[in-house]
Ligand binder design. Sequence first.
Ligand SMILES: [Zn+2]
Ligand SMILES: [Zn+2]
Length: 578
Amino acid sequence: MRRPVDHDDLYHLRHSAAHVLAQAVQHLFPESKNTIGPATEDGFYYDFDRDTPFTPEDLEALEAEMGRCIGKDDAIQGREVSPDEARVFFKDNPYKLELIDEIAGKGEPITLYGHGDFTDLCRGGHVERIGAIRAFKLTNVAGAYWRGSEKNKMLQRIYGTAFASPEALEEHLQRLEEAKKRDHRRLGRELGIFMISPMVGAGLPLWLPKGAVLRETLVEFMRDQQRRRGYLPVITPHLAKRELYELSGHWQAYRENLFPSMHGDSEELVLKPVNCPFHIQIYANERRSYRDLPVRYAEFGTVYRWEQSGELGGLTRVRGFTQDDSHIFCRPDQLVSEFHGVVDIIMEVFGKLKLEYRARVGLRDPENPEKYVGTPEDWEQAQSALLEAVRQLEMPHEVAVGEAAIYGPKLDFMVRDAIGREWQLGTVQVDYVLPDRFELEYTGEDGQPHRPVMIHRAPFGSLERFVGVLIEHFAGAFPLWLAPVQAVVIPIADRHAEYAETVRQRLTEAGLRVEVDRRSERMQAKIRDAQLQKVPYMLVVGDKEAEAEAVAVRSRDRGDLGPRPLGEFLAEVAAELR
Ligand SMILES: [Zn+2]
Ligand SMILES: [Zn+2]
């Protein structure tokens, strides 16, 4: 999905639609006070101070009024005014007066923009004439505090969206509908993948048995990749002394994402937001020679980051999550080949799941040096090494200034899901800073101490987020190798239960994840439920099947495949899994 940015035409169109909404509200509900109305990623909103909430009927009336206003095709025109002029103009609106004082206080120009009988305090960024808004829709109303603070008055926020053509609007509405069907919070509950317990807390998902099987399958896949590529497993605790993060720089640069620290007898302990400093301690535990490098430590490490409760949702925004994390310590001359090895694993993951992606190099923002740790020289070195490694890959990529991690530049992979939305997943980071701060060394061929370089990488990113994205991408219909239950055996009558159990055993021994549906429901109901649970294969067994040692196969994706000997089905499934 295209994400408009604030200099973008679509953004201007939507912000202009917010003006028209405020105009319509002024016409129909003159007692309400306008506050602010920006464009957003998917549309726009405008906040109004009005004691009675807007009803769905009000929204319909407002849409009709907006249509009439747009029909006049007035030009949007702006002018700069003095603070006093602006104060007189908005004398009855305390919200605008507050904004005017703020803008004037900063010494910035005050501009009014208007069309027809409507004028708003606004920085600008509109279409030239409102007739350009060819398609719009008001979607819902919600309460919102003035300036987002619960100390302020609750306002009425009307949401809407606007496009340059009715076709684009229709497409957008369909995508929203499709996204709702795929919502991983709903599917996660229906498919028994995870739950959120209010007793446990927001942003702390509990994995249910099927979700745990799914997650373990991904972990096993990654472990296998790592074993083949010479990674060594390590396991580290969930908290550490504050000093560790002071040395790594997280305490200073990442403070707002840390949970409050705990005070022990004499120590202050902090839940870990990252695994890196732990792996660094393991590296520093031994003397290293140039011959020992690279050292690749891997851990499915659970980390904890403070997120505002308003930002939490399902598996994609959480307060505790597990990264498929790894840290590679290598010599500078090994950096490019190690980097390529990491990109290789990420390609393996995306290939296995048939995910489309685009690559983005994140560099440091030179305007905001306080967001980072390390010297300009370290950064210069890391950024040119990463750009060189990416250049050698000949992989199309874009460069985004300001998207670096706090200790180094990174290569991110943005995955496009089945309905066109983009998610940031795998990450590779090059780091000269932490080895410096922790004074890591190896002995070179020359017998002298040298500094290793670090690569941080997590192909899935976090297991929580990755599974959340996969649920929405596949709409819960996971490929066979990943499906928590791969086949359900459905006995037609009670007398077939024994044979169904034999089938289950044979398939389980062959390494498949299988359940028997022993409920006294009718066969059709059992098939329907298995289909709703998105189980790849349903194996119906009755008298004929029991006698012939066969199964009647129904595929989730291909429908009824008819009966076949059990051995034949096993061979087919084994081939599909390969
Ligand atoms: Zn405006
Ligand atoms: Zn790291």
